[in-house]
Design a protein around this ligand. Structure first.
Ligand code: GDD
Length: 325
């Protein structure tokens, strides 16, 4: 039975990826922080339903020793490195810890694999944030990087580390350049979930307004459940490589807002207030990915489009809020 190690298993992507790999019959191990194991009810809500089927190990991206020990114990066949400080906005507030944790964490896990499990296939969660200041048009695997945040900078470094471990040490290491991907399991700080959760609370009479920043930013939003399949497919190819995973469509935050409110029968203009505190010191104005290499190499295509995604998230939040209050 193949052994899998997932860092960030308790996040949105980690939870969908675990479900997907369990169905394939893999033995799934995950690294989480000790605080999460001590408070599973709150911290492990996304993987509560599969806790009996997976094995959790406590470790920290900041500690090479802890990652080394876990890799030594498991000797995984595949490793998906998803853990990171992934909130772009927060990376401006705490740039040192974002850069240290994200870059060192990736470096530590790669170094441990090289030493202890050199045949382990490695997936790095790179990001469309690396493209940053893009001009109009689609971004592909050859588009230049111009990161606009400490988070983006940390992902460019992780991308380069992954490529270098492939080229210098022959590790089967792939970069998934994933564009924004969402779901009902998205964290509440990200704009999509912030919107859909607020819509549900407003609909139920529990809230009266939603404060947002830049409504003109454009993102290529896909469904996390689709994207984790692409992660796995990358590691099943004959050669390691880097791939863009996206939908090829771009929409403004305002379009997301309008659709989410109207799906719940609400007029967004009555509730949405612009708050400069949510603007970023440097913004990524537009992202739109060209995923044709992934289609050509392993037949990957997104199955959930923008409208379906927004409605899925609003419906899920309405059900959650209704059940809770
Ligand atoms: N979070 C947030 N909150 N974003 C807002 C708000 C707000 O109140 N108002 C406007 N926005 C805008 C942001 O300025 C940004 O342009 C856009 O909404 C999306 O913000 P996020 O949902 O926070 O995601 P992100 O695009 O910064 O980053 C996400 O996608 C990356 C891939 O491109 C994260 O998941 C990253 O970890 C990921 O790498």
């Amino acid at each position: 039975m193949k052994k899998i190690l997932i860092t960030g298993i308790d996040g949105q992507d980690g939870s969908y990826l675990s479900e997907f790999l369990l169905k394939k019959g893999y033995q799934v191990h995950g690294i989480v922080r000790r605080v999460a194991i001590e408070d599973p009810e709150h911290q492990l809500w996304r993987i509560k339903h599969i806790l009996k089927k997976i094995t959790l190990h406590s470790g920290s991206l900041e500690s090479f020793a802890s990652l080394f020990k876990i890799v030594q114990r498991i000797k995984p066949d595949e490793c998906y490195h998803l853990a990171a400080q992934s909130f772009v906005s927060y990376s401006f507030e705490d740039e040192f810890s974002t850069i240290n944790t994200n870059i060192n964490g990736t470096h530590y896990i790669l170094a441990a694999i090289k030493e202890l499990a050199p045949r382990c296939k490695f997936y790095f969660a790179a990001s469309s944030e690396m493209f940053g200041k893009v001009k109009e048009g689609l971004q592909n695997e050859n588009s230049p990087f111009h990161p606009r945040s400490p988070y983006g900078i940390s992902k460019v470094a992780g991308f380069d580390l992954t490529r270098n471990y492939r080229e210098a040490y022959g590790i089967f290491a792939c970069n998934g350049i994933l564009f924004n991907h969402e779901s009902p399991r998205r964290g509440f700080e990200f704009v999509t979930r912030k919107i859909t959760h607020a819509v549900a609370k407003i609909k139920m009479g529990l809230s009266k307004e939603l404060r947002l920043g830049n409504l003109n930013a454009k993102r290529d939003w896909g469904f996390s459940g689709d994207y984790v399949k692409a992660m796995w497919l990358m590691l099943q190819q004959n050669k390691p490589d880097d791939y863009v995973i996206a939908t090829g469509e771009t929409h403004t935050v305002k379009e997301f807002v309008k659709l989410a409110f109207s799906h719940a029968g609400l007029d967004w203009r009555k509730y949405v207030k612009i708050d400069k505190d949510f603007y970023r010191p440097a913004e990524v104005h537009i992202l739109m990915g060209d995923y044709s290499k992934a289609t050509k190499k392993f037949g990957w295509k997104p199955t959930v489009r923008f409208e379906e995604l927004v409605k899925m998230m609003v419906d899920a939040d309405l059900a959650i809020v209704q059940a809770k209050y």
